[in-house]
Design a protein around this ligand. Structure first.
Ligand code: PHE
Length: 448
């Protein structure tokens, strides 16, 4: 395939700002507002949060730089990126793991994103307006038990994702994200203020922010680290892929820092909105699992004037945030099919999207609709959203640190910016700290 034809199929970002917005769009999504509070709630609160923060900046940011450098240097999908820097080696498999993981993560991600579509509708129609906490909880349980409702929402979300990916990278979505993300941020602030002023808020606050180190074990640490990767879109090659659409004039280092900071901040605010409110509602516990935000948030909206309106706006924005993340996951698979299999964008997007929809059916139905599939969503979320990302990030850091080489990577990071002053620190982190930290956690887990 000739270079220009390939560039046409693959596409490029319109501008540097467009790129940063697209990466922010990829990073900020259900990972911040749904997965983060759920994990914090299930894994003991403050201690988890502390490990998550450390992991984000000490391991996540360096790996993000490594993925960006890999992507821009090679202008390839994850498989092609590893292969082109280490031909005739097994490293392509590391990219392959990412593509596979992306397929599976998106399959359940789309199910939860479908729930947010349903909740937009619930808020618009006002059907939970003034409802008791019991009714709110029962509404969620009944919804996820209804096979047709959950499948329709999952399908709808995948169809929208496919449609946007069909259009290629330049069109529309970056611009939409630019306007919508600040609005989401504003609404989140509103929720935080209301949540913090509810009776009982301080109990929630201390659960969220006061670390109880007795609750830390290797499983909790692994989950906090993998949450950092999940939230930053690392470990499946999404950032490699987005970096591959980037021209040499952009500054990778400041992009990575900006994105990581916003990503962390939004997750942090989501926790501040959820936990104080949670403790103010009798009968709710932090370990409610994947339904947590759907049973907590409607209670907050009911305690706010014009709550329906804010609720509708919030859930629609959450769906859009999920969409910009889902696009980046589908894009990994599509870029792989375009570069490596020679497919056109249309075929790649429709085929991959359909497979993902089908893969997601057990996760959609496994929450009470079909007992046989019970627990699929949690399982996929834990193994692929957790473990596989960590392994993916380990491979990226080993590859960049030891195979491709820190010197080459730094050269790429310095293109479009000039000296990268923390190059030595970064080199140390990516060669030693990231792989050793990840390996230690994985070994601890294996030992039981
Ligand atoms: N970071 C996204 C979120 O927080 C999810 C994601 C994971 C996107 C992995 C791409 C790759 O919702």
């Amino acid at each position: 395939m000739s270079a220009p034809a390939e560039a046409n199929q693959r596409g490029y970002w319109g501008s540097g700002l467009g790129f940063v917005l697209a990466v922010v769009g990829s990073a900020i999504g259900l990972g911040n507002i749904w997965r983060f509070p759920t994990e914090v709630g299930e894994n003991g609160g403050g201690a988890f949060v502390l490990v998550y923060v450390i992991a984000t900046f000490l391991i996540g940011v360096p790996v993000m730089l490594a993925e960006l450098a890999l992507g821009r240097k090679t202008q390839r999908n994850p498989v092609g990126a590893f292969r082109s820097l280490a031909p005739k080696s097994g490293w392509g498999l590391a990219g392959g793991l990412g593509v596979l993981t992306g397929l599976i993560i998106l399959s359940f991600y789309s199910v939860v994103a479908g729930w947010t579509l349903k909740y937009t509708w619930i808020a618009v129609t006002g059907s939970l307006h003034g409802a008791t906490p019991e009714t709110i909880s029962a509404t969620f349980t009944n919804f996820i038990r209804d096979p047709w409702a959950v499948l329709t929402c999952h399908l709808l979300f995948m169809v929208i994702t496919i449609r946007i990916v069909l259009g290629g990278v330049q069109r529309g979505i970056e611009r939409a994200a630019k306007i919508l993300m600040p609005v989401l941020f504003g609404l989140l602030l509103l929720l935080v203020v209301r949540s913090l002023t509810l009776p009982g808020a301080s109990e929630g606050l201390s659960f969220y922010l006061k670390p109880d180190f007795g609750k830390l074990d290797s499983v909790v640490v692994l989950k906090a680290v993998s949450q950092a990767f999940f939230s930053l879109s690392l470990g499946i090659g999404a950032i490699i892929t987005y970096g591959s659409y980037l021209s040499p004039k952009h500054d990778l280092v400041s992009s990575a820092l900006t994105v990581s900071f916003f990503d962390f901040f939004i997750a942090f605010l989501a926790g501040l909105a959820i936990f104080p409110a949670l403790f103010s509602v009798p009968g709710l516990t932090p370990d409610a699992g994947p339904g947590l935000i759907f049973v907590v948030l409607p209670n907050i909206f009911n305690a706010i004037p014009l709550g329906n309106l804010f609720g509708a706006a919030f859930f629609i924005l959450l769906a859009i945030a999920a969409l910009t993340s889902a696009i980046s996951m589908l894009e990994v698979v599509v870029a792989f099919a375009i570069d490596e299999l020679g497919w056109n964008r249309r075929r790649a997007a429709i085929a991959a999207g359909s497979v993902i929809f089908l893969l997601g059916i057990p996760s959609a139905l496994g929450n009470g609709a079909v007992p046989f599939f019970s627990g699929t969503l949690e399982f996929a979320n834990q193994i692929f959203g957790g473990m596989a990302l960590v392994v993916g990030a380990l491979l990226v850091s080993l590859f960049v640190g030891w195979k491709w080489g820190v010197g080459n990577a730094v050269e790429e990071l310095e293109r479009g910016r000039g000296t990268f002053r923390l190059r030595t620190v970064w080199g140390f982190l990516i060669r030693f700290v990231c792989p050793l930290a990840i390996l230690t956690i994985l070994l601890q887990l294996l030992r039981g």
